[in-house]
Design a protein around this ligand. Structure first.
Ligand SMILES: C[S@@+](CC[C@H](N)C(=O)[O-])C[C@H]1O[C@@H](n2cnc3c(N)ncnc32)[C@H](O)[C@@H]1O
Length: 511
């Protein structure tokens, strides 16, 4: 299972964390309590066989029990814990095995059970492993994800999608231990592609206790049936629980974390036309572009101290600053453009020392791999626009596990910019920022967002979730629509004038 601690290469490569027998038994017993009655049982990456043994014992009526694994040594152990007369073991590579013939040769209903490998494509990349499907850019992951290089995926996710393919048009249950985030991705696929499903359940498991891994993990149970359809998934706190704590749902292509809470706040659903959530500036070169003011000049991440003009330096805050409410200038960002794609050559004239600094570090800046910098002016940044220079902002860290919206005003008379881990709204005045801060701090806003946010995600608070809230509707619900009208009338001023406000706000950056 993918924990933070360093794993031996073979374990990492094969995501090889064998399930303790007690956990496999508890999970199989749960399936029996749910009334699942498989005729055939398959464990496609069965390892040392704890799930095979438990499932075979729980479902004595199953006519066929098959286990496959890439590792013959594991299969030898599995042989010792399973009944030779009932359980067939085969050595094979998941990515090459002829699964379809297994499915068509045995009778349904199926139970595809187990604990697929816990490893991501990025982790396999680091150790140069090819324990991967041939075509890795699956699910049409194109657009901004591919552009910014975020096409990393869990191998188990890819495998679970194959399980769905095998069972298409058949009756069967998929019951696996996996990351909760992977379970949600599979649900999203099921709902988007209208895969026929009778029920879905997610049971939290304590991955730290069972596998020594600090990840949010679950036992994920999907009952597939060609004639059934449901858009809900019940969430349970543990394998022994019969009453769900909440229900996941599907809305407009997204997974709702808590359907009941969402329904109480659904009148706040956007779109919002005046207040647009943005992410902070992306430059992918913090060693050069982020500097700390010192008595001797600006210190960069290469242990160099530079004398630079203030012209293109703006105070910056990071996720940790916003999360800790530390709103003072510890560092500055070199903001080379006011809009994406703007020509940067004027920096040579306007701030020669800054230009020379950039030139001297052009090798590092030119090395930035992301396609967003290709065929763009030298020293380009991304996620910059007039909104970046608005004097007031309401910010929230994408990484933090709380809904903390923070009002940020100018520092040293300059607008504050953020790194790309922060999401923000721009405002023209402190009054406007206070108004938005109040709205977002309300119980209604909090319940709305809580019903959407999946807190176990690495970056739970995304622009995509934030923009689902209609601030206009929220203001109306809280009796503050007149203020909304007043502030948004001002907002109809072209935002581009913010660039001017940046020019008006020059001043030294304090050390
Ligand atoms: C997380 S372990 C789980 C083992 C077993 N299912 C259990 O629950 O104890 C993942 C298993 O996947 C197997 N595995 C990894 N890559 C594989 C591949 N390409 N083909 C078949 N099995 C593979 C490993 O050998 C390992 O036994």
């Amino acid at each position: 299972m993918a924990g933070k601690q360093r794993k031996p290469k073979a374990i990492a490569e094969f995501g090889d964390f064998q399930t303790p027998s007690a956990l496999a038994r508890a999970a199989s017993n749960l399936l029996a309590r749910l009334g699942i009655q498989p005729r055939s049982i398959l464990e496609p990456t069965c390892g040392k066989g704890s799930f095979l043994a438990a499932a075979a014992a729980c479902f004595p009526q199953a006519a066929s029990v098959i286990g496959v694994d890439i590792n013959q040594a594991h299969l030898n152990v599995a042989r010792t814990v399973t009944d030779r007369t009932r359980v067939k073991l085969r050595q094979g590579d998941f990515f090459k095995f002829d699964w379809q013939s297994v499915i068509t040769n045995e009778g349904e209903p199926w139970l595809v059970i187990g604990n697929p490998p816990w490893v991501t494509s990025a982790e396999l990349g680091v150790i140069a492993s090819d324990n991967l499907p041939e075509k890795s850019n699956f699910q049409g992951r194109i657009g901004i994800e591919a552009i910014t290089g975020k096409s990393n995926f869990d191998i188990s996710e890819w495998m679970l999608l194959r399980y769905l393919d095998w069972l298409k048009g058949h009756r069967g249950t998929i019951a696996v231990l996996c990351k909760t985030a992977v379970a949600r991705k599979i649900l999203l696929h099921v709902w988007k592609k209208d895969v026929r499903m009778q029920s879905a359940r997610i049971y939290k498991i304590d991955a730290l206790a069972h596998f020594g891994a600090a990840v949010d993990a679950c036992f994920f149970v999907l009952e597939l049936h060609p004639q059934a359809r449901t858009l809900n998934c019940d969430m349970f706190n543990g394998l022994e629980d019969a009453i769900p704590t909440s229900t996941l749902g599907f809305l407009d292509g997204h997974i709702i974390a808590d359907v009941e809470a969402f329904n109480r706040q659904r009148d706040l659903l956007g779109p919002e036309i005046h207040y647009i959530w943005r992410s902070g500036i992306k430059h992918d070169c913090s060693k050069v572009m982020e500097l700390v003011p010192t008595d001797r000049g600006y210190a960069n991440g290469l242990d160099e101290v530079e004398t630079l003009e203030d012209t293109f330096l703006l105070p910056m805050l990071k996720s940790s600053d916003i999360g800790n409410g530390r709103i003072h200038c510890r560092s500055v960002m070199l903001v080379t453009q006011q809009t994406v794609g703007e020509d940067t050559r004027h920096i040579c004239r306007d701030a020669p020392k800054t230009w020379s600094y950039l030139q001297r570090h052009s090798a590092l800046l030119n090395k930035r791999a992301s396609i967003i910098y290709k065929n763009k002016p030298a020293f380009s940044i991304f996620g910059v626009g007039p909104y970046s220079f608005a004097p007031w902002k309401i910010a929230i860290s994408g990484f933090y596990k709380t809904l903390k919206f923070v009002k940020v005003g100018p520092l040293d008379e300059r607008p504050v910019v953020f790194d790309d881990t922060i999401n923000f709204l721009s405002c023209w005045s402190e009054d406007e920022a206070s108004f938005i801060e109040d709205l977002l701090a309300s119980d209604r806003s909090h319940e709305f967002f809580h019903s959407m946010v999946h807190w176990d995600e690495k970056r739970p608070i995304t622009v995509e979730i934030l923009k689902r809230l209609s601030i206009r509707r929220l203001a109306a619900a809280l009796g503050r629509e007149r203020e909304y009208a007043r502030f948004t009338a001002l907002k109809d001023l072209p935002l581009e004038t913010a660039a001017k406000s940046k020019a008006d706000m020059k001043g030294p950056i304090a050390a």
